[in-house]
Design a protein around this ligand. Structure first.
Ligand SMILES: Nc1ncnc2c1ncn2[C@@H]1O[C@H](COP(=O)(O)OP(=O)(O)O)[C@@H](O)[C@H]1O
Ligand SMILES: O=P(O)(O)OC[C@H]1O[C@H](OP(=O)(O)OP(=O)(O)O)[C@H](O)[C@@H]1O
Length: 186
């Protein structure tokens, strides 16, 4: 764990829909409470399941954005996503702050928070399709749209990228992530 006064790095967890971003974040935090998870604000019904998030209407989201409540925001899958400014406070005294981001905002995030580590998760296409179906949060048409953008590349210019295959058991992925973070003293 880092010095309580210091600011922990942000680990942006990215990858295609169904790859296991939320599951890996939760498993890391379960293994070591020094990993804190940044909850997101999303214009999705609050009872949709999956990750813990704050569900708001598009009107409330727009008001929050206008009020400067978000450190980062973007749109995807017909939804708006916001990262609350509390992200700044979560960094204090943590080992790292985990946040599920769009690959599209990584450049901007790195500019804003110099100390950014990108954890890029991968899995084979058939694994993604099986996991999305098993999760059951989206209908078949929406799952197909999500699978279509599975191969979106990472932007150029990212300084610290750790790519980990999450096709196997979650515990194996967590072991690999922790081992890959070690040399970077996170
Ligand atoms: N390593 C894994 N092994 C088996 N199932 C997994 C693994 N990682 C995630 N899952 C399952 O796959 C589904 C999608 O995972 P989720 O964390 O929601 O992915 P994402 O946030 O990337 O869309 C969930 O039902 C989850 O329980
Ligand atoms: O630009 P991309 O990198 O493709 O990402 C687009 C969006 O997909 C994910 O959302 P969400 O977590 O709601 O969906 P998922 O759980 O199905 O990945 C991710 O967090 C982004 O908000």
């Amino acid at each position: 764990m880092s010095d309580p006064a210091s600011l922990a790095p942000i680990i942006a967890v990215v990858g295609p829909s169904g790859v296991g971003k939320d599951s890996v974040m939760q498993a890391l935090a379960d293994r070591d409470p020094g990993f804190r998870i940044q909850r997101r604000v999303i214009t999705r019904p609050a009872d949709a399941g999956g990750e813990e998030f704050t569900g708001v209407t598009p009107e409330v989201f727009a008001r929050m954005q206008a009020a400067g409540d978000f450190a980062l925001s973007w749109q995807a899958h017909g939804l708006s996503y916001g990262i609350p400014s509390e992200l700044y406070n979560l960094r204090r005294g943590a080992r790292a702050v985990l946040v599920n981001l769009s690959r599209a905002v990584l450049g901007e995030t790195q500019e804003r928070f110099g100390d950014l580590i990108v954890l890029s998760l991968t899995a084979a296409p058939e694994v993604l399709a099986g996991r999305l179906a098993a999760r059951g949060r989206e209908d078949a048409a929406e799952r197909a749209r999500r699978l279509d953008r599975a191969t979106t590349p990472l932007p150029e210019g990212l300084r610290r990228v750790i790519e980990v295959d999450n096709s196997g058991p979650l515990a194996t992925t967590v072991d690999t992530v922790l081992a890959r973070l070690q040399p970077e003293s996170v």
